[in-house]
Design a protein around this ligand. Structure first.
Ligand SMILES: *Cc1c(COP(=O)(O)O)cnc(C)c1O
Length: 429
């Protein structure tokens, strides 16, 4: 058994002072039936908790750490920036550097505005789309996550064409009414919504690869169809690439499939592990943002010099070498071996992967939509999770979260992980 005394002690203290003891819900490990570990340090592919346990980490801060923990280039950039002060509330040169790296990497982005989180990016992109089109409604997809702003915490009602219903208390019914929910990989569901309300729809927002219900790959025809419909109705298309930006290639997933959205939201990797988000797109749309235009959006710490330095260092490092080939090699080796191990334990489970993102769904159905995602055996995932954690492997503490391989993961990590999963499955069988 893992010794977690210190983590348990800290969690008890945290619960008195912080709601649920955590500053973001999934960190609490509730869905896997145990308490969280308090992390003291991260280095490369490993994290170390306050009790001295070491883990191979596949959470990687939920996506930002594609270079692994404490990458020297990022740490050095942040330290150098901090020596010059932590914030000025005035422009600094690094903002231009990061903006240039982003605009050069993603052809659909002519101009980009920095914010402090992915939530801020999507929230602001939707405001901009509404301001630009003069329309109020947006379309999102079941199972897609765009941060925690009111407009996005909505799921479908009983019928697709009914108004959305809030998934959280505190979201006004008025907000929900303006969010229409379609089905991922189901173009007909989008057609139906547009036939009814097309002239009122400001934008469709979608994760081009759904990465917040495990990972669900898009049919490229589905995404192309959405591009056509939005053009036909003069609605904007927003690709939420907070998770996929610089994850599947140097640029967005949009580079890979050759579809140009009007606006793109980014976060996670572009901040190198510091709090950053960004939204960008066509010049004529972006120029509607204040102070150039009339759509208001601002931020005391936006374009923060530490965060910009970390982002620039991360992107420059990624740009410099064949990291994406290496990520593909490591991740494909890991997944092929894990598939074999699961099969040998009579579990013919769906494993979805794109480059360095993957999810092991505890279901034998093929997973192409939200309905299949929901067929997973979450109780078994929880037992498996606890067993594999005991073996020193740190996967996301929830079935519906995606795992990440970083540039720091190597073949020994793969070997150790496969062996640990084998033992964990023995234990729960
Ligand atoms: C993580 C994520 C967000 C929210 O970003 P935060 O920085 O957590 O606010 C939005 N959209 C997608 C696709 C994400 O994966």
């Amino acid at each position: 058994m893992l010794n977690c005394n210190k983590s348990e002690e800290l969690f008890a203290m945290a619960k008195d002072l912080i709601p649920g003891g955590v500053n973001s819900p999934v960190r609490a490990f509730k869905s896997v039936g145990r308490n969280p570990l308090f992390i003291k340090k991260g280095s490369g592919s490993r994290i170390y908790d306050v009790d001295g346990n070491e883990f191979i980490d596949y959470v990687c801060s939920w996506g930002p750490l594609i270079l692994g923990h404490s990458h020297p280039a990022v740490i050095q950039a942040v330290c150098a920036a901090a020596e010059q002060g932590t914030s000025y509330g005035a422009p600094c040169e690094k903002e231009i550097e990061l903006a240039r790296l982003i605009c050069e990497a993603i052809p659909s982005i002519d101009k980009v505005r920095m914010v402090n989180s992915g939530t801020e990016a999507t929230m602001s992109a939707v405001r901009l789309a509404r301001g630009y089109t003069g329309r109020d409604k947006i379309v999102k997809f079941e199972g897609c996550y765009h941060g925690h702003a009111d407009s996005f915490l909505i799921q479908a009602g009983s019928g697709l064409l009914t108004a959305g219903i809030p998934t959280s208390p505190g979201v006004p019914a008025e907000s929900a009414r303006n969010t229409l929910v379609a089905k991922y990989n189901d173009l007909d569901s989008v057609h139906k919504i547009f036939e009814q309300s097309g002239d009122k729809i400001a934008a469709v927002i979608i994760e081009p690869v759904a990465g917040n219900m495990g990972i669900v790959l898009p049919d490229v025809e589905f995404l192309k169809g959405i591009r056509e419909i939005t053009e036909k109705y003069d609605s904007l298309l927003i690709f939420d690439e907070v998770i996929t930006g610089f994850r599947t290639c140097y640029g967005g997933f949009q580079n890979y499939i050759g579809i140009k959205p009007d606006l793109t939201t980014l976060g996670k990797i572009i901040g190198g592990g510091l709090p950053v988000g960004a939204y960008g797109g066509r010049k004529d749309i972006m120029d509607r943002i204040a102070p150039e235009g009339d759509v208001y959006q601002a931020g005391t710490l936006s374009g923060n010099p530490l965060a910009m330095a970390a982002g620039v260092a991360a992107l420059q490092t990624l740009k410099g070498a064949d990291w994406y080939d290496q990520l593909e090699k490591t991740a494909s080796l890991l997944i092929n071996q894990l598939k074999t191990v699961f099969k040998s334990h009579n579990r013919n489970y769906a494993i979805n992967r794109l480059g360095s993102m993957f999810c092991i769904f505890f279901t034998e159905q093929e997973v192409k939509d939200y309905a299949a995602v929901k067929s997973c055996n979450t109780e078994e995932y929880a037992r498996y999770y606890r067993a594999v954690l005991e073996q020193g492997i740190y996967f996301p503490p929830a079935q519906f979260e995606v795992s990440f391989v970083s540039c720091a993961h190597n073949l020994q990590d793969v070997e150790k992980t496969v062996d640990a999963v084998d033992k964990a499955l023995d234990k729960i069988s």
